[in-house]
Design a protein around this ligand. Structure first.
Ligand SMILES: Cc1ncc(COP(=O)(O)O)c(C=O)c1O
Length: 398
C-alpha cells in the first residue's frame, strides 16, 4: 500500500554527511551537522554526565514507568536554569511543564497544544529559521508565516523590518523566537531589541514561543536566558521549548522541557493536564534516562559546577575558533570583511557566501557545509582552520 506515497528526496544535511563520508581527501572538513565537536573532532560525553551516570547506576532500582510529567527534579532544575532561581512566575505558581523527548519533542507537543486552543493559530517564524521548525510545527496542523530576520548582504539582523512585521501580527497569533544562539544565523537580539519585541508582544497580544536549545553557548548560562526571562516577567503568557542535547551533550538520550507560563495558577493546572494529555496521545510518557542525569547534575553543587565549567569551556572554544577564523581570513587576504563572525553567537554562523561558492568549497576543497552558508563553528579546529581559511579565500577572491 505504501507505493502510493511519493519518493522523498534525501534530507540535505544527511546527504551532506554521506558525501563527506565518501570523500577520500584526508584533509576534508565537516562543518555540516549541528553537534558540538572537540579539537579531535569528537562529541564526547561530558565528565559531569559520566559521573551522573555512575550515580544513576547505583541509585536506580526499577525500570517501571516514570510519571507522565517526567522527573520532577529535572523539571524544577531546568525551570530555574531557564527562568532564574527567583523567577516571579515560578514564585507565583504560574508555570506548567513536562519533560519531553528532546527539544523537538517539546516543540511538537507545544504545537499540538496550540491546535487545541485554536486550530487556525498562525505561527510566525524568523526568515530564516531552523529547517525542522517547519515540520515540527506545521505537521501539527498550524499555519506558518515568516517575519524578516537576517540580511545576508549586510550580515546583520533586519530589526526594523522584523519589528514592523511583528506590529502586524494579530492577537492570539504565536511568534517563535530563538532564546539564544539563533540557528542558522548565529545572530542574536540585543537587550534593547528584546525589550522592543516584548513591548510589541504586549501591545499586539501575541504569544511568544521561545525555543532555547543552546543555553550557555552564547554569552553564558545566565546571560543567554536574558530574552526568555524578560518575556516571562513582563507578559501574561509565554511558551518555551528547551533542549538538553547541546549544553548537556545528551543528544541521543532525547531530553528537553516544554513549559507554559500562564496568566494565573488556575490556568496553569489546566495547561499542565492538557500538555500531559497531548503527550499521552503521542508517546505516552517521556524516556527517563536523560532527565534523571540532568536532575542529578543540577541538584548536586559540585556536579553542577563541573557541568557549568564544561559549558564554559565549550563556549570559549567556539569563541576562540571564531576569532581565529576571522584573523586567518584577513591574514590570507580575503576580499570580504568577515569580522561579523565574531559577533555571532553559539555553534552556528552564516558565512554569507553564495550557494555556488559553498559548492566550490565542497567540490574543490572538501569543506562541507549547507548551501545557506551555515557552518558549525565547532567543526573547525586548530589543525584545520588554516586549510579552511585558505579554501575560503581562494573561493571568494576568484
Ligand atoms: C533551534 C533548535 N531548536 C531545537 C533543537 C532540538 O534539538 P533536540 O531535539 O535534539 O533536543 C535544535 C537542534 O538542533 C535546534 O537547533
Amino acid at each position: 500500500m505504501f507505493e502510493v506515497l511519493p519518493q522523498l528526496s534525501p534530507d540535505p544535511i544527511l546527504g551532506l554527511s554521506a558525501a563527506f563520508k565518501q570523500d577520500t581527501n584526508p584533509n576534508k572538513i565537516d562543518l555540516g551537522v549541528g553537534v558540538y565537536k572537540d579539537e579531535q573532532g569528537n562529541t564526547p560525553i561530558l565528565s559531569a554526565v559520566a559521573k551522573a551516570q555512575q550515580v544513576l547506576l547505583e541509585r536506580e532500582t526499577s525500570k517501571t514507568y516514570i510519571t507522565p510529567q517526567g522527573v520532577q527534579g529535572f523539571i524544577d532544575g531546568m525551570l530555574s536554569l531557564i527562568l532564574g532561581d527567583k523567577s516571579p512566575v515560578m514564585l507565583a505558581d504560574r508555570v506548567a511543564a513536562v519533560q519531553a523527548p528532546g527539544g523537538c519533542g517539546s516543540l511538537r507537543i507545544l504545537a499540538e497544544l496550540l491546535t487545541r486552543v485554536n486550530k487556525d493559530t498562525k505561527v510566525w517564524v524568523s526568515d530564516p529559521t531552523w529547517a525542522n521548525h517547519i515540520p515540527l510545527i506545521g505537521n501539527a496542523g498550524l499555519a506558518i508565516e515568516t517575519y524578516p530576520y537576517f540580511d545576508k548582504a549586510s550580515a546583520s539582523i533586519r530589526f526594523d523590518a522584523m519589528l514592523d512585521a511583528l506590529k502586524k501580527v494579530e492577537k492570539g497569533d504565536v511568534v517563535l523566537l530563538h532564546g539564544c544562539c539563533h540557528n542558522p544565523t548565529g545572530a542574536d537580539l540585543t537587550h534593547e531589541q528584546w525589550q522592543a519585541v516584548m513591548e510589541v508582544a504586549k501591545e499586539r497580544e501575541f504569544l511568544p514561543f521561545v525555543d532555547i536549545a543552546y543555553q550557555g553557548f552564547g554569552d553564558g548560562i545566565e546571560e543567554d536566558a536574558y530574552g526568555v526571562r524578560l518575556l516571562c516577567e513582563n507578559l501574561p503568557e509565554v511558551i518555551i521549548a528547551a533542549s538538553c542535547s547541546k549544553n548537556f551533550g545528551l543528544y541521543r538520550e532525547r531530553v528537553g522541557l516544554a513549559a507554559i507560563v500562564t496568566a494565573d495558577t488556575k490556568t496553569k493546572s489546566i495547561a499542565q493536564a492538557q500538555i500531559q494529555n497531548v503527550a499521552r496521545g503521542i508517546y505516552s510518557m517521556p524516556p527517563s534516562y536523560g532527565g534523571a542525569l540532568v536532575d542529578i547534575i543540577l541538584s548536586d553543587v559540585a556536579l553542577k559546577q563541573e557541568w557549568q565549567s564544561e559549558v564554559n569551556e565549550m563556549r570559549n572554544r567556539m569563541r576562540t575558533l571564531r576569532s581565529l577564523l576571522v584573523d586567518k581570513l584577513s591574514e590570507y587576504g580575503a576580499q570580504k570583511d568577515f569580522s561579523f563572525v565574531n559577533q555571532q553567537k553559539g555553534m552556528f554562523s552564516f558565512l554569507c557566501i553564495s550557494p555556488e561558492q559553498v559548492q566550490k568549497m565542497r567540490s574543490e576543497h572538501s569543506v562541507y557545509f549547507v548551501d545557506s552558508s551555515r557552518v558549525n563553528i565547532a567543526g573547525i579546529s586548530l589543525s584545520n582552520v588554516d586549510d579552511m581559511a585558505k579554501a575560503m579565500v581562494s573561493v571568494i577572491n576568484s
